[in-house]
Write a protein that binds this ligand. Structure first.
Ligand code: ZN
Length: 345
């Protein structure tokens, strides 16, 4: 099990980073991985704060998409500079570069997310693209997570809605995991599953508060995403947090790349997979609607035919991952019926 040692959530928490590094005896040198926009929003401040406290800081600003080649660049800088700690300051991509490069080089990593769009902010799993296909791999859990709600509150509402979609996805991910245990005797950790499910329930129970869009709702979402990330650290895989709804989302992203956010299509996927699981799919749809997250093909701005196509191909995205999609053949007619019945198309 890998668990973070400190999780700090609140207004202005970025200012606490030098003190936390000091407490953990990481006071000599640091390497900061950030992006162009996130450098302006938070990266520069983190670098300045660390330097002012006497830490020797090296940093790199990466482009918008995270490539595995970026991890290699980061690693060569780590090998050269030998920092004591790596900080990933930015959205999911920058955090993934920091997560994987630090894991490869066996150095602790601090996660400083600037958006609450998915559960990667606290998880040990890094996601990249290989030949346009998304794939995830185990890296390491952050030793510290610092979430400054003042920074995250400035991101578009769409980002928060996407984060909610990724948290709600655990509703079906956990059921797929249990199913894989039953059918394939796959390892199933009840505690990790409960923790992930609790994240999803937390969002469902507090949908109205999140929908208002203030700090209270943001906190609810952050707590949910962090507990989902920790669930993966306990399980030692992405199983508790990624099931058939993620496979659907990956398939749809292949058919229409770069047009929707990860959590947005996972949320829509969860509606349909909850239906297949014979669970309360209407509750999922209602929750997403209250939050202001997409619930239909139209909301996602994709052609209904692509939804059907994605449902058909979802079980082939990661064949080793057994889910509800393996329980019956998803033909064109079946896929169309699922999407129509749940109001997605
Ligand atoms: Zn996800």
């Amino acid at each position: 099990m890998q668990l973070p040692r400190e999780v700090v959530v609140g207004e202005g928490t970025i200012d606490l980073i030098p003190g936390i590094c000091k407490k953990l005896e990481l006071r000599k040198s640091a390497f900061v991985i950030t992006g162009k926009t996130t450098y302006r929003i938070a990266g520069k401040r983190v670098i300045d704060l660390l330097q002012d406290s006497g830490v020797e800081v090296d940093y790199e600003i990466f482009g918008s998409s995270s490539e595995i080649s970026d991890v290699k660049i980061a690693e060569s800088r780590i090998i050269k500079g030998k920092p004591q700690v790596i900080l990933g300051v930015g959205g999911g991509n920058k955090i993934d570069i920091a997560k994987l490069s630090s894991a490869h080089q066996n150095i602790p990593f601090i996660s400083v997310p600037t958006a609450a769009t998915h559960d990667g902010i606290a998880s040990p799993v890094a996601s990249f693209k290989r030949q346009e296909r998304p794939y995830s791999m185990m890296a390491q859990s952050p030793i510290v997570i610092v979430v400054d709600t003042e920074v995250i509150a400035k991101t578009p509402r769409r980002f928060t809605a996407s984060g909610c979609g990724d948290a709600i996805a655990k509703f079906t991910a956990v059921r797929d995991w249990k199913l894989a245990h039953k059918r394939r005797n796959e390892y199933y950790g009840g505690y990790a599953a409960s923790l992930a499910l609790m994240g999803a329930k937390h969002v469902i129970d507090n949908a109205k508060i999140i929908g208002v869009g203030d700090e209270e709702g943001l906190r609810v979402l952050l707590e949910a995403l962090i507990s989902c990330g920790v669930a993966m650290g306990i399980a030692g895989s992405s199983r508790p947090c990624s099931g058939s709804e993620h496979l659907f989302c990956h398939a749809l992203s292949l058919l229409k790349p770069n047009s929707m956010m990860h959590g947005e299509c996972c949320g829509v996927g969860t509606i349909m997979m909850a239906y297949l699981h014979n669970e309360d799919w209407e509750l999922i749809r209602k929750t997403l609607a209250v939050i202001g997250a997409p619930t239909t093909a139209e909301d996602l701005n994709v052609d209904p035919e692509l939804i059907i196509e994605a449902l058909k191909m979802a079980d082939k995205i990661r064949p080793e991952r057994y889910t509800i999609l393996n329980e019956r053949k998803i033909t064109y007619e079946v896929a169309e019926a699922i999407a129509k019945r749940t109001g997605v198309i």
